[in-house]
Design a protein around this ligand. Sequence first.
Ligand code: SAH
Length: 207
Amino acid sequence: MFEPLRKGVIGRALDKGILEFEAHDLRNYGLGRYRQLDDSPYGGGPGMIMRIEPVVNCVRDIQKQHREGRAIILSAAGKPFDQKKAEKLAKLDSIIMICGRYEGIDARVADVLDAEELSIGPYVLSGGELPAMVVIDTVTRLLPGVLGNADSLQDESHMTQLDAAELEYPQYTRPEEFEGHKVPEVLLSGNHGEILKWRKSQRKKKG
Ligand code: SAH
């Protein structure tokens, strides 16, 4: 499921050794003859819940190798993941992301592992793998040496050092005109002061 990480900017970060990534199969920590991972919820209700032991045992095994590995649970009910959070995570040595399936994970996992719960948005996916990749991608492009040109980070949407976390201004490239739609005149003027002013005026305020 994590193959998409091998492409593009994140793929190059892997090649350069700036990012290291391991996927661990919880099934290896399943319980009993059938390597069971899930069970029905206490109190009744539909669906299955991921059991605590396989998750905790797996994370603890990983933490033996990565002592500083902070555990994060991907959860639709978690705190919203945003650029500010990404900047904080980018400072950590390693993170362990726990991907749920079924109806989610036994709530005690968060307490036992002192794990933070993060949501990538107000909608429900069928598993935590895509959300984990969203976090990996967002965090990795903040790591030094990942984007070719350091400037390409500076101007971007949501960067928190910008005023009020503004969004990026509209960008254009060739041709100057397509089916009557023209590139704004000011961008062709060569007047850097005016271009800067125009771009500032075009930043959409968030919210
Ligand atoms: N019953 C849960 C949904 C479970 S979806 C609920 O109502 O909240 C199965 C798994 O997908 C979750 O355990 C979580 O790991 C992942 N997931 C789904 N939506 C997500 C989101 N918006 N953000 C992060 N993880 C999500």
